[in-house]
Structure formats: C-alpha cells, structure tokens
Design a protein. Structure first.
Length: 360
C-alpha cells in the first residue's frame, strides 16, 4: 500500500470513528490555546519593560558682542598753545619708544628774557669786581645775582619745551600742522597721535546681557573681514552707559542702554586696526537645565543618569534651583549630554540601555 493510500485510509477511519474525532479536536484546541498563551505572555512581558525616555541638555546660552579692533592705547598730542611753530622730530608712521621727543617748542619771549637776565647778571658781576672785600654793598649784589640765577633757570625751562611720547607705539602726523599766526584754538588741536601697536576689541553690550558677563570671561572673536576666529578675554566692562541721542522709546532695541566692553586677544596675528568683529561668549557654563523627574535623591547622594555608549553613567549633581518641570543643577555635565528622564529604582551605573530608548 502506498503512502497516499495509507493517508486516505486513515482519513476514512477518522470519519467513521467518532471517539477519535473528539480526541483530535481536543488536541488541536490545546495546541491553539498554548500558542496563543505564549504569544500573550511574551507581549505582556515586553510591555512591562518601561521605555527609557531621554532628554538632551541644551547648548549653553551665548551672548554676541559686535565691535571693532582699536589700539590698546591711543593719545592725541596737541600742538603748541602759544602759537609758535613746533620743531617736529618724528615722521609719519614712525615707531617710537616711551620718552622719545616728538617735537620741541621754542618760546621767543623766554629766550629774550634769558638774554636780559644774563645781561643783568653780567653787569652785577662787573660791579662786584669794583668793590673791595668787606664792602657792605657786596651782600646786596650777591643777593641780586642769586635771585637772577633762579629766574634764569625758570626761563631756560620755558625756552625749549620737549613734548615726548607717552608710551611705546607709532606716531601719526595730522594732515595740517599749525602755522605761525594761527589762533590758539587751532594750535591746541591734535598735531599728531601716538597709538600702541597691540590691539584690542572695543564693543558694546546691552543692559539685558550686562549682568551675565564678568571680567576674564573667554570669548571666540570672529574677524568679519577674514572669517578667522581668535580667542579673546574680557578685560574691561564699563559701569556707565554710552550716551545716546535716540529718544524713540517705541523701539525696544533703541530704548536699551549700551555699555562699553573691551576684550584682549590671545594673539596679535591677523589683527588689523579698524576691522569689525563679533565676540561669542558662552554664559552659565556651570549650570545645566534638566527635567526635575530625572534627578534621583536616595538620601545620601543626588544624581542623574546619562547615556554614554549605550550604558548608564551616574553623575552626581547639586540642585541650584528647581520647579515642577525643570531644575538647574551643577555637576560633571556638558551641553548635549543625554539624560534619562524616567530613572527607576533598579537602574545602576553601567547598566546597558535598551536600544529602543525614546528621546522626548
């Protein structure tokens, strides 16, 4: 009998045997129930495992300061106030050292006074020679000579005035030098300017951001003309707002006070006088915003779990301020760190994180 015939014979017996039909039906139902139960158990077990929700720490707040590169020191040197022509001893763009003579002013009145005093002293000396030793007149003559010598020293100091460089740098002559006979106001105008050869960034910050910065904060300074970025550091913050002619308080930006800020550079390479810049300063770099429910406080320590290479890392934190939804903390955290939002009591440092974590 072939296999096919055996199957046909078996089905024929099954159809004719009522008891066997019952046994087969019961067995089929048991198998179906077992398979269904296994599926339900697996699904229930899977759904009982909580989905790990995560939160990414936002980037630190950034403040932008626009400014311009200027010499660290700059001083205008006025021309002579007495209307005389200066004897300029430097050339335009010349490097100078502190104390170098920039120009000399000759005071004609003082020179004439010197000549007159010298004549008087000479005459008194001649009179003195004509007197005998012990003559009472010698005392008077000596006193007069002493007084005239004092006046001579004063006149000599006024005769030639040397104007010197106040610091190391470069000197730049103005286009027009004062001429003889010009008025005192014109003569008092800047004859030349001395500027240091090291530069700083001079910028302004609004009243909204003033309290967020402090001296010695570092910054990334972008030189707009070249696109290069150099490291900078806040050297000075003015306590006085800049004067503004704007009175239109309908514009909120125009209504804000601005404060001068000076930044120094870590390098002078690529720094050009007059170039415009933008400084970027990260603030609150030691404070991080995390969900309040992400913080675990077991009584002995306070911490959060972060995700590192698929594993949990416990990071101890200090709560600076808190609210129902978010808290500010400090600790060994960084911007863009991934924090577990819904930690459980069973989570431990180093545990693997399920691959289907949810960042919400």
């Amino acid at each position: 009998m072939t296999f096919k015939n055996k199957i046909k014979d078996g089905f024929a017996k099954l159809k004719s045997n009522r008891k066997m039909q019952i046994y087969v039906g019961v067995a089929a139902v048991v198998v179906i129930i077992a398979i269904g139960g296994l599926i339900i158990y697996n699904n229930t077990k899977h759904s009982a495992t909580p989905v790990v929700q995560t939160y990414t720490i936002p980037e630190n707040e950034k403040i932008f300061i626009n400014g311009i590169i200027v010499p660290k020191q700059s001083k205008e040197i006025p021309g002579p106030a007495n209307g005389s022509n200066p004897d300029i001893r430097v050339t335009n763009g010349q490097n100078v050292k502190s104390g170098d003579v920039l120009y000399i002013v000759k005071d004609e009145a003082a020179i004439q006074e010197i000549a007159s005093i010298k004549t008087q002293i000479s005459n008194l000396i001649n009179e003195k020679r004509a007197l005998q030793a012990g003559d009472p007149g010698l005392v008077s003559i000596n006193n007069q000579i002493a007084t005239l010598n004092t006046s001579l020293s004063t006149a000599n100091a006024k005769a030639y005035t040397k104007v010197k460089a106040p610091f190391d740098g470069k000197v730049y002559l103005n286009n027009s030098a004062p001429s003889s006979g010009s008025d005192t106001g014109a003569n008092a105008a800047a004859l030349m300017t001395v500027q240091s050869t090291d530069y700083v960034m001079n910028g302004q910050i609004s009243e909204q951001d003033l309290s967020k910065i402090k001296k010695d904060m570092t910054a990334d300074v972008t030189i707009l003309a070249s696109g290069d970025t150099v490291k900078g550091r806040i050297n000075y913050i003015s306590e006085r707002p800049q004067l503004s002619s704007s009175t239109d308080h309908g514009d909120s930006a125009a209504a804000l006070s601005l404060y001068n800020v000076v930044l120094t550079f870590d390098t002078q390479e690529g720094i050009v006088n007059g170039y415009h810049t933008q400084a970027t300063i990260e603030v609150n770099t030691d404070k991080y915003k995390v969900p309040t429910k992400a913080i675990v406080n077991n009584g002995s320590e306070i911490y959060v779990f972060t995700e590192v290479d698929g594993h949990l890392k416990k990071v101890n934190v200090e709560i600076l301020s808190d609210s129902e939804d978010y808290s500010m903390v400090s600790g060994d955290l960084n911007e863009n760190d991934i924090v577990v939002k819904n930690p459980t009591k069973t989570m431990k440092d180093g545990d693997p994180i399920p691959s289907d974590l949810s960042n919400k």
